[in-house]
Design a protein around this ligand. Structure first.
Ligand code: UN1
Length: 512
């Protein structure tokens, strides 16, 4: 049984004719080598895609520039209407796309569906936003003058996305960018190019059905080199990049050196503080999903648990028994909780991290290791594991994209907050407590230093309505909800004089 994946691929038009580089419905032959997409579920090749050559990239940017001149003049609510149609097309393809995401990158089918739901949600958000791209009006200090600000479309937005959320993160960026009047060039992770191809088909059909030109939605395929085309290109005013801190620094530096804008959503090292006043049923469940969901491959995954010494032993033993009940296997089969890691490189990083934490003095609570035997032929399935560790361990300071959880003990909440903040990353965080003072301290300026701080829910699974992103090495960018749209527009301050005088600001006198 293949869980209907072949049929889903057909319906999503993921087949041999999809070459890779696209400006919409048009696909470009590039003479570059093909790369094969393998599924970590069973190790089989799914399909081949062709990398984008420098010439093809040039053609894409030229089309995008042309399309921008057209698209920016369309009223924003019209652009919202196009996004509404894309949202509806995603509703129709939710199961198929969820399945492809699950098969291509290994998250559970339920999480694949959840990811497509995030796309649908951001479409709805963007539609409303298309009538709310508000600027402020100001009172001028000069008589007979009016001041206001307006937000204009920025231009071409480059979107570099990661394998772990191969479709949702693209949609957070593009749906907002499109209603803002921008056009987008997407470079998906080369590890999840097929999910991107499927999305490109869905969006391109809507653009075509509405008689809109090529170049509003473009796709380029390849490794970091193709990402470099985007980050070095002066014609791209904004590059939004999701991925490792290492990658983000390269993108940020390249874009910064040409004084472009970058929006970075990079690594996390997310912790949950469990206080003596926690509802432990909720705390255990929140920590469990946070640590093992998506096999620990979310940037919001829970990597550290900082537990008060009075509840430490109970948390440890309850977590250990919960881990015993986890089932590991084919993510398309809903009987399994945990799917594979993305590839063998990820498995090697996971194994190396386990060696490292042991070498640094970590104590095993739940053992890790590679799964072997029937159903695990891809070599990508690993056991979620737990170690008692210390916050200053090198490996604890580092984001390992795998289901490894570090347990730590504290006795005083200020000390716990110091430990919590004592890592280079600053994405997501949580406190488990029913005590108002503890919760408010954690959310205060002296509390969590992360972009996301939760009470009585885990670190992962943010809703699209809030701004998503984090501080420090997470890169400082904010995507998705709230006023994250402002990153995709340029602000213009306008002063209009409707008198016959010409008074100068600051009362300066200048007469001839
Ligand atoms: C990511 O891992 O890059 O909050 C994004 C979450 C999801 C998004 C994660 N909504 O876990």
């Amino acid at each position: 049984d293949n869980f209907g994946i072949q049929e889903a691929l057909q319906r999503l038009h993921v087949n041999k004719e999809n070459l890779g580089t696209s400006t919409g419905v048009e696909w470009m032959e590039t003479n570059e080598e093909y790369q094969t997409s393998y599924s970590p579920v069973n190790g089989l090749a799914i399909a081949k895609v062709q990398s984008t050559s420098e010439e093809a990239y040039e053609a894409v940017v030229e089309k995008a520039q042309e399309a921008f001149k057209f698209w920016r003049k369309k009223p924003a609510p019209f652009r919202g209407e196009i996004v509404r149609q894309i949202g509806n097309a995603l509703r129709e393809r939710k199961e198929d796309l969820g399945k492809l995401v699950s098969y291509e990158m290994g998250k559970s089918y339920q999480e694949g569906l959840g990811e497509v739901q995030e796309m649908i949600d951001i479409c709805d958000f963007a539609i409303g936003l298309s009538r709310q791209l508000y600027g402020l009006t100001m009172h001028s200090e000069r008589p007979g003058h009016r001041m206001y600000e307006q937000w204009h479309a920025l231009g071409i937005v480059g979107v570099i996305s990661a394998f772990n959320f191969p479709v949702a993160v693209w949609s957070w960026n593009t749906m907002l960018a499109w209603v803002c009047g921008d056009v987008c060039i997407w470079k998906p992770s080369e590890k999840a190019a097929l999910s991107a191809l499927a999305c490109q088909h869905i969006a391109a059909k809507v653009f075509k059905d509405n008689g809109l030109p090529e170049g509003i939605s473009s796709l380029v395929i390849g490794n970091y080199k193709v990402g470099e085309y985007l980050s070095h290109d002066k014609r791209i005013p904004l590059v939004s990049a999701t991925g490792s801190t290492r990658m983000g620094k390269l993108v940020g530096e390249a874009v910064g050196s040409r004084l472009g804008r970058s929006l970075l959503e990079l690594g996390g090292n997310n912790a949950i503080i469990i206080t003596p006043n926690a509802d432990l049923d909720i705390a255990i469940r929140g920590a469990l999903f946070g640590a093992v969901g998506t096999a620990g491959q979310r940037c919001t995954s829970t990597r550290r648990l900082i537990v008060h010494d009075t509840v430490y032993e109970e948390v440890k033993s309850r977590l250990a028994s919960a881990y015993k009940n986890l089932t590991i296997g084919n993510p398309l089969d809903e009987n399994f909780h945990v799917g594979p890691l993305i590839d063998k490189d990820a498995v090697n990083s996971y194994l190396a991290a386990i060696d490292k934490v042991k070498a640094e003095g970590g104590k095993e609570v739940v053992a890790g290791g590679l799964m072997e035997g029937e159903g695990y032929e891809s070599g990508c399935y690993v056991k979620p594991c737990i170690f008692e560790a210390e916050n200053h361990f090198q490996i604890v300071q580092h984001e390992t994209f795998a289901p490894i959880l570090y347990l730590m003990k504290y006795s005083d909440l200020d000390e716990a907050i110091d430990m919590h903040n004592g890592v280079p990353q600053g994405l997501s965080s949580a406190i488990m407590t029913t005590n108002m003072r503890e919760a408010e301290l954690f959310l205060s300026v002296a509390g969590s230093d992360c972009g996301i701080a939760n009470v009585n829910i885990g670190t992962s699974g943010a809703e699209i309505g809030g701004a998503f992103g984090g501080e420090k090495e997470t890169g400082g960018g904010r995507e998705s909800g709230s006023d994250a749209w402002k990153a995709y527009m340029r602000r213009q301050t306008n002063t209009i004089n409707y008198t016959t005088e010409l008074p100068l600001a600051q009362g300066i006198k200048f007469h001839i």
